[in-house]
Structure formats: structure tokens, C-alpha cells
Design a protein around this ligand. Sequence first.
Ligand code: SAM
Length: 352
Amino acid sequence: MTNTEVATTDTADRDLIGRLAFGSMAAQTLRAAVRLGVMELVGDTPRRAADVAADAGAEPQPMMRLLRALTGLGLLREHTPGSFSVTPEGALLHPGRPDSLASFVRMFTEPAIVRAWEHLDDSVRTGEIAFDTVFGTDFFSHLAQHPELSAEFNGAMSQATAETAAALPYAFDFRRYTKVTDVGGGDGTLLAGVLAAHPGLTGVVLDTAEGLADTPDTMARRGLAGRCSLIAGDFFRSVPAGSDLYLLKSVLHDWTDDQAVTILRHCREVLPPGGLVLIVEPVLPEVVDTTADVTDGGVTYLSDLNMLVNVGGRERTREEFAQVCRRAGLTLTSVTPLTEAAPFALIEAVAG
Ligand SMILES: C[S@@+](CC[C@H](N)C(=O)[O-])C[C@H]1O[C@@H](n2cnc3c(N)ncnc32)[C@H](O)[C@@H]1O
């Protein structure tokens, strides 16, 4: 290509590629901010970079450069040269907030997640799970062997679920049911939201022992311990009987179709007459829709690739959900968006 051809390329097109190619650097910049506690140290009123550096035990000049990069990303604002405050978006990286995304950022920038991504092309070529090749074990076994990472994962899932936990109790008629089991319910954030809004319900969280590490705390903090039991188990072996509603949020997308069918079949086996399986996941359209009101910036498709490289699962279309349900002895009866903004949908399935 000649220089003239480069000059005639649309600058916006080149900027897009540049921004995307620097995407992992932006993610690592967020990671550094969280690890150094930058948002807590900068705060809401203008603060000098040198003071932030001193409090963080960091070098002043590199700290200034980090703060300026965070400003470029929209997470800080520079008022006068070298003096910064946190923007509303940046404040979400503060670990102390109820709506914090600090653990979410830490987890999704962890080497444990990022290293498999370096082999995305291999996963695309072979269909194999890059994580298993890189680490010599599968993702959830790796978590079980690394309690700190597992705690990070549970925290990240909790933060990622908080918005759904606030919306779901009002987006679905829970009054038709008496007892709900959250299958793979993690630290209980979602079920706690449901139980708190519906005093007539009792609940169960089924998860691995590692997945349940923080669940007693979640329930105790919300005053729900008496209405919720915790079962450490394996949904590939069985799902406990006794509920009329089985909830699965962000669980099926971790697994292949065959594995998803096994989990759903175990739900089906214990589903009483009139019972319901409620899956909460994004539902991919048949064709990628990039119109402004439905796009989430492509995050659902990146999540799909994340499933490919790290766990071997996938995001699904309505028809793909219908198929795994059918193979498990369930009929998909409806798909409703959780909210207008969220990519999540409520996917209902009944026996038969
Ligand atoms: C992606 S997380 C979703 C957690 C939660 N439902 C949410 O949306 O925040 C998947 C959950 O499945 C749990 N899990 C993985 N393998 C499991 C198994 N074999 N049996 C039960 N739970 C399992 C994990 O511990 C984790 O809590």
C-alpha cells in the first residue's frame, strides 16, 4: 500500500482498529487502578497526583501517567495540571460501593482468564478449551485448587449479578411459587434479591463447596438465613428435589450443549407438576444486531468467546435454548427481556 492510499483511509476506521488493538491495555490500566486503590485515594474532590502516589507507595511520575491514562478512559477528570477527581464511571471501581465492579475488573483481567485468550485462534481452529491446555486442568477445578482466585471469582459473579438481582424480583411473577432453588447460585446475591422482595418464598442455593464459600454471609447480612438453605453438590450428579421453581442464571453458558442438557435433565427429574425452570441468560438474535438500542457493545459476543476459550461453553439463540431444553424433556414456553437495557432474558421452560 502506498502513502497516498494510507492517507485516503478513513481516519475513524483506523481509530477504531487502534482502540480495539489497545483494548487489553485499557483493561490492564483498570486492573492497576483497582490494585493500587486509585479511586479510593483520588476521591471526589481534586487531589494531586504526587499525594496519591505517596499514599499508594508509588512513584510520582508513573502515577501521574496512570492517572492521565485513566482520565483518557473517562474514569478520572484532570482539573488543573496534575490534579484529579473520580468521575461517576470511575467511582464504580471503588471496592466499598454496593454497586462496585472492582472485583469484576480484577477477575476479568486476571492471568487465569487472560492467558487462555492468548490462544483464541487455537480454540477457533480446534474447538478445544484453551484454558485446559494452558493450565492442565479445567477452569472450575483450577478455582477449587486456588481458594483466593475462587473468592475473587465469587466476588466478581456477585458484582456482575447485582443489577439482575435488583431487577428480577419485579420482572417475574414469583408469587406463583413457594420454593426456589438457585442452581449454581454462587454467593446467593440473586436469590437474596428474590427472597427479600418476596417474603412468602423460601429458597435453596445449590453450588460447589467453593461456590458457597460466601453464601452464608450474603444470607445472614440480608437477614435471610432462616428462609434459605445451602446445598453443596454437583449439578452433573443431581439437583435437589422439593422446589417448584428452578433458577439458572449464567450457568448453562459455561457448558457445552451435552453438559447443559445434563444439568437441565436433573432439574426436569425433580420438577413437580406446575413447576418451572427459569433460565436467566442473554439470548443471541439469529443475526447480530448492532442497532444502538439493542447492542451492548458486542460484550455478549465477547462473553461467548470467553466461554469458548475458558470453559468450553457458549451463549445461545432462542432456538439453541429450545433445543437443549427439548433434549432434557422440557419445553421452552417463553423468552422475555429482563429489562429494556439489560442483555439478559427470562427463558421459561416446563416439563414435557
Ligand atoms: C458463572 S457462575 C454463575 C453464578 C450465579 N448463578 C450468578 O449468575 O452470579 C457459575 C456457577 O456455577 C457453579 N458451578 C460450577 N460447576 C458446578 C457444579 N458441577 N455443580 C454445582 N455448581 C457448579 C460455580 O461455582 C458458579 O457459582
